[in-house]
Ligand binder design. Structure first.
Ligand SMILES: Cc1cc2nc3c(=O)[nH]c(=O)nc-3n(C[C@H](O)[C@H](O)[C@H](O)COP(=O)(O)O)c2cc1C
Length: 400
């Protein structure tokens, strides 16, 4: 970890540790990877206009979300298969989040259990649900999250079907794996990762073990594959809302009409997200649609955002644009891959430090100082009123 200054340094270390097939799984988007570029570029279209002659010697980035005060406005988004990049990564991420007092969302495809998360970080752990084809499994997982003491359930809605991840196809990723000889040979250049793989084999989807017909890692992984891509509709939202008594969040909402509908069904919060550009390659960036979503539901729902945040000021731009909180997926995966729990902690502390410095530079002493008055946009790609209007026009099509 020596010499790491920023998130990109962690990315480079993660890339070094992982075989190409695993690194590409983290890094890749879909199709032409246009959305991947758009997610990061959208932040670069914003400029923060500084205010001076403000005493910024004391700065506070703490943020209250669902009645709990976190030390920083950035949490860890759910990332499936983290244990493939470093064994035990899910709980290392959870520990790092707990120690930094920020939320950690356990993925529905995690390689650790809900119960372990409940023991380790009951106040910081959230659970992300993917609907299973067998509805009784989803409902049982919701019950388990409640029994484990978790207070926030995140239902990911933006995976209606597997997406076209061409990097994965070329590398032979999938179940069963179709590894080419070049993929295998390349993996040999990453001995630390290879050793872990040889020692532990296929990652164990702990959460799914109780539903699978056999208890070994491969049978469970095969079983999980049969449960993926379950049809999801608003009926599922209604049902899960009914079952879950805590904070209920939809992840992957991009359209203002969907936000309005979610609100009407009693959803508490939305993560405006395009799944880190891993689903629809011509989707806009979450930052671009945030103003329209905000316009549609105002303060009635808690709006959060992820996708493309690589610097502290990216998070500040999202907050100025109307998000209450931000999440990152890849940056903390880079951290945990590169350096385990200390690596994940380092990713969080890099963001924390960059936010702190940027707040001082822009003349903000607390999160309440942030708002659209702090920003100017230098390109059509930024969230501007023209885009707002066009999105509103689409929304007149009515509910689907
Ligand atoms: C390797 C990887 C695995 C992911 N797995 C999940 C998942 O299991 N559930 C989910 O809702 N989102 C998943 N995501 C999306 C993230 O939660 C998040 O939306 C995205 O990574 C944010 O973009 P960023 O990586 O640019 O920060 C995954 C993303 C990555 C990179």
């Amino acid at each position: 970890m020596h010499g790491v200054v920023n998130i990109d340094d962690l990315r480079k270390l993660a890339k070094k540790r992982l075989p190409k097939i695993a690194y590409d799984f983290i890094e890749g988007g879909t199709d032409d990877e246009v959305a991947l570029t758009t997610n990061e570029q959208a932040f670069r279209q914003a400029r923060i206009v500084p205010r001076y002659l403000v005493d910024v010697t004391v700065r506070d980035q703490s943020t209250t979300l669902f009645g709990r005060t976190y030390s920083s406005p950035i949490g860890i988004a759910p990332t499936g298969l983290a244990g493939l990049f470093r064994r035990g990564a899910d709980l290392m991420l959870a520990q790092a989040a707990r120690d930094a007092n920020v939320p950690f969302i356990m993925s529905g495809s995690s390689t650790a259990s809900i119960e372990a998360l409940g023991k380790l970080a009951p106040d910081h752990g959230w659970y992300q649900l993917y609907s299973a084809k067998d509805q009784s499994i989803s409902e049982d997982m919701i019950k388990r999250a409640g029994d484990a003491g978790l207070k926030t359930l995140v239902f990911t809605v933006d995976v209606p079907e597997g997406s076209n991840r061409e990097r994965n196809t070329r590398n032979g990723w999938g179940r069963p794996l179709k590894l080419t000889w070049s993929t295998r040979l390349e993996a040999l250049k990453h001995p630390a990762w290879m050793l872990e793989w040889l020692r532990h084999g296929t990652p164990y989807f702990d959460n799914w073990a109780k539903y699978a017909p056999a208890n070994d890692a491969n049978s469970i992984a095969d079983f999980v594959a049969t449960q993926n891509r379950a049809p999801m509709t608003w009926k599922h939202v209604e049902r899960y809302r009914e079952l879950w008594k805590g904070n209920f969040v939809l992840k992957g909402i991009m359209h203002p009409d969907d936000a309005v509908r979610a609100h009407s069904l009693g959803v508490d919060g939305i993560m405006v997200s395009n799944h880190g550009a891993r689903q629809l390659d011509r989707a806009p960036s979450p930052l671009q649609v945030l103003p329209a979503v905000r316009d549609a539901v105002g303060d009635k729902m808690t709006l959060m955002l992820d996708g493309g945040i690589r610097r502290g000021f990216d998070a500040l731009i999202a907050l100025c644009t109307g998000a209450k909180f931000c999440f990152v997926g890849r940056p903390t995966l880079y951290g945990v891959t590169a350096g385990g729990r200390p690596g994940a902690a380092m990713a969080l502390s890099i963001f924390r430090r960059e936010i702190d410095i940027s707040m001082a530079q822009m003349g903000a002493t607390c999160i309440a100082d942030l708002g659209p008055q702090c920003l100017m946009w230098n390109d059509e790609a930024g969230p501007r009123t023209t885009e707002l209007r066009s999105l509103k026009r689409v929304s007149h099509g009515g509910e689907r």
